[in-house]
Design a protein around this ligand. Structure first.
Ligand code: ADP
Ligand code: MG
Length: 262
């Protein structure tokens, strides 16, 4: 009979709900002064990943850059920015930082950028974060884009979903362990079961689908509205009511629209 391996004892951590409540009272939130805060209870929580999804030009990257500039400029913390679509422009960060009253050079120096060209490179990101960076915010702009380009057709769908799930697991683990803020942006595709009577956030679905994202609790759908405005809508959250807020894209990144304007 093979010798029985010495069993490693797994210690489970128990706590009372009161202890958890006390712990959570000290949790920091990423406050931006934008409508995003209001949708999710005051801002992204430490240890949490929020998804922004929407069509091309809906404001996903601009939202990500605004959150980035707030963390680097206001909180003086580092940001890890994973640019999977090659659209990151430092000049835009300089503009947002300047308009918000931060030192643009200091902000740029706090942003640690990686631009993976393949999904293999993207998979490596969380294994290769430089030790001294310790990002407070981790952004993955275009989280599904490379996978979608490389794994085409139904026959590759389950492989693609598996890899995406694996990538998100790595990200979520990193964000939880390091009490960082997590942000992913995602493209949409037309829901094949959609009808014209469905609300837009169900006609346009995030790539990867709901099964992939069961670990991401807060998903915010961005869409263009009239007069160059944009709408951010919280979709299918287990913790907050589904509601929406208008915003605009300006030199400050994204900004609220005052009620008389909307
Ligand atoms: P996506 O969802 O595809 O990532 P973006 O976040 O890049 O979309 O948003 C693109 C939109 O942001 C465009 O409509 C563009 O006009 C607007 N935009 C980009 N830079 C500025 C700026 N400096 N001032 C005002 N609007 C801008
Ligand atoms: Mg973009």
């Amino acid at each position: 009979m093979p010798r029985k391996k010495k069993e490693k004892k797994m210690e489970l951590k128990w706590k009372t709900a009161f202890e958890l409540w006390e712990e959570r009272r000290n949790i920091k939130r990423l406050k931006t002064g934008t409508p995003i805060d209001e949708l999710i209870g005051g801002g992204i929580e430490e240890g949490e990943v929020v998804e922004f999804y929407g069509e091309f030009g809906s404001g996903k990257t601009q939202t990500a850059l605004t959150l980035t500039t707030c963390v680097a400029g206001e909180m003086d913390e580092n940001v890890l920015f994973v640019d999977c679509e090659g659209t990151f422009k430092p000049e835009r960060v300089v503009e947002i930082a300047g308009a918000r009253g931060y030192d643009p050079e200091e902000v740029l120096k706090r942003i640690h950028l990686v631009q993976p060209l393949t999904s293999d490179e993207q998979m490596e990101v969380f294994d290769q974060i430089p030790k001294d960076v310790k990002p407070k915010l981790v952004v993955v702009d275009g989280v599904t884009t490379l996978f979608r380009q490389e794994y085409i057709g139904r026959e590759n769908l389950s492989k693609r979903q598996g890899l995406l799930r694996q990538f998100l697991r790595k990200m979520i683990t990193y964000v939880r362990q390091n009490r960082a803020f997590g942000v992913v942006t995602n493209q949409v595709y037309g829901n094949p079961d959609g009808t014209p009577f469905m609300p837009l956030e169900y006609r346009e679905l995030a790539v990867g689908g709901h099964s992939l994202y069961h670990t991401i609790d807060n998903r915010i759908f961005l869409r263009k509205a009239k007069g160059g405005t944009r709408i951010a809508r919280l979709v299918d959250s287990s913790r907050y009511p589904m509601q929406e807020r208008p915003f605009k894209i300006t030199e400050k990144g994204i900004e609220p629209i005052e009620s008389e304007e909307s």
